[in-house]
Design a protein around this ligand. Structure first.
Ligand code: FMN
Length: 389
């Protein structure tokens, strides 16, 4: 299964099931991640025309399958990028959950293959394998999972996993199964992704690092005779002017003290994820080295694992930087901003009109929105029309 690329892009947003707020590393201005709040974000993303939302997975998050199941009936077109966890879930159980969620959401499920990169967390969850062995499990998991989802009767005997006459009777809506996204950066991870997955995801590294990773993933995929689609995960801090955006970036870490940064960096260092160590190498935990490429700021990574960089600038600047990634082969962006509700609106309103969006993103569902008026009617008489920039 290959996803067609056409120089255009889809934009996904992020559901912060592990917390949200105005400031990083501080409880001031923090928000309760309740179902009503997540519903607001999901419905905003749905109404604004985002292609989908990513739900993170791990012990610091609400369970992504339960949250996606709760929100699917409250949204119309939004897709849910939800993780399977090889090693932690049986492939049969993961396949059944995926098929059911795809059915009840009418084909709006996307699958993220998350093997995990924190040995301490993994041991807590009962996974004691080393980095590359976890990918052996991932490979076996995906053999079984894909067969089950495609409607096969699966007989498989691997090093770690077995299945005898395995079946999924209630089949997914998407054939043969929902697209598989993958976000590991290690050679072992890229090999497994090339064998099984459709979309290769990278954290928001500077363009040179992204180009290097895409080249490796492309080469691995070509050896298997297939083509990846590529996605990138970034935060965004977009404002009317560049200086306002940098002020917002500074404000985001204004309550963050050095002790919290040191503690976070020490905790993140225990990970054996190649992707995570590449992100940490960008800034080395130094709050004076955060601009790692034009308009690319690594402040989030001072305290957050994984997605640690943000595109910072005016709408034109952010759109131009995104186009640089598109030129490298990226055709889907998974974005977020703090707080996630307000920033979902801000990004869509300021930047969507400047991007080469696919028809699957950015087209609002309601007729009223499509026809205008685009803004408040001026002096009760003049109807604002859409400004094309
Ligand atoms: N790891 C998690 O534990 N939970 C997640 O929700 C999660 N989401 C990810 C999203 C993206 C966009 C990317 C690029 C990675 C994500 N990861 C997540 C981490 C990877 O799935 C992978 O387990 C980790 O990077 C270790 O692999 P590596 O050594 O091959 O880089």
């Amino acid at each position: 299964m290959t996803i067609q690329t056409d120089g255009k892009t889809d934009v996904l947003w992020f559901l912060p099931t592990h917390g949200d707020g105005r400031y990083l590393g501080a409880s001031e201005g923090a928000r309760d991640v309740s179902l009503p709040y997540l519903r607001q974000i999901a419905q905003a993303a749905d109404d604004l025309g985002y292609y989908g939302v990513l739900l993170p997975t791990g012990r610091s998050c609400e369970d992504s399958w339960v949250v996606a199941s709760a929100l699917a009936p409250l949204t119309q077109r939004l897709r849910f990028l939800v993780a399977v966890r090889p090693g932690l879930q049986e492939p049969s159980m993961a396949a059944r959950m995926a098929a059911t969620l795809d059915r009840i959401s009418d084909g709006r499920l996307l699958i993220n293959v998350v093997t995990g990169g924190d040995p301490v967390e993994l041991k807590g969850d009962g996974v004691f394998l080393d980095h590359d062995e976890r990918y052996v499990v991932t490979d076996e998991f995906l053999h079984i999972w894909r067969g089950l989802m495609a409607g096969e009767t699966v007989n498989f005997e691997g090093k770690h996993l077995r299945s005898e006459n395995g079946r999924v009777i209630f089949r997914p809506v998407q054939a043969p199964y929902p697209p598989l996204y993958f976000g590991g950066s290690s050679p072992a991870g890229i090999e497994v992704a090339a064998e099984h997955c459709e979309v290769y995801l990278t954290w928001g590294e500077p363009p040179a690092g992204v180009a290097e990773k895409i080249a490796k993933a492309r080469e691995a995929a070509e050896r298997k005779g297939k083509t990846f689609s590529y996605g990138i995960r970034l935060h965004v801090i977009v404002r009317e002017t560049e200086s306002e955006a940098w002020e917002a970036a500074d404000r985001l870490i204004s309550r963050l003290d050095d002790a919290t940064i040191a503690q976070a960096q020490a905790t993140l260092k225990r990970q054996d994820s190649v992707g995570q160590s590449r992100m940490m190498a960008l800034h080395g935990g130094d709050r004076n080295k955060l601009v790692v490429s034009p308009n690319l700021w690594a402040g989030v990574g001072l305290v957050r694992g994984g997605a640690g960089t943000a595109l910072v600038g005016s709408a034109d600047q952010v759109a131009d930087r995104m186009k640089e990634y598109i030129d490298l082969g990226i055709d889907r962006f998974i974005l977020s901003g703090y707080p996630h509700l307000e920033e979902a609106y801000r990004f869509a309103e300021l930047v969507f009109p400047k991007l080469p969006l696919r028809a699957t993103t950015g087209t609002a569902p309601s007729t009223a929105r499509n026809n205008g008026p685009f803004g408040e009617v001026i002096a009760n008489d003049i109807v604002p029309t859409r400004r094309v920039s």
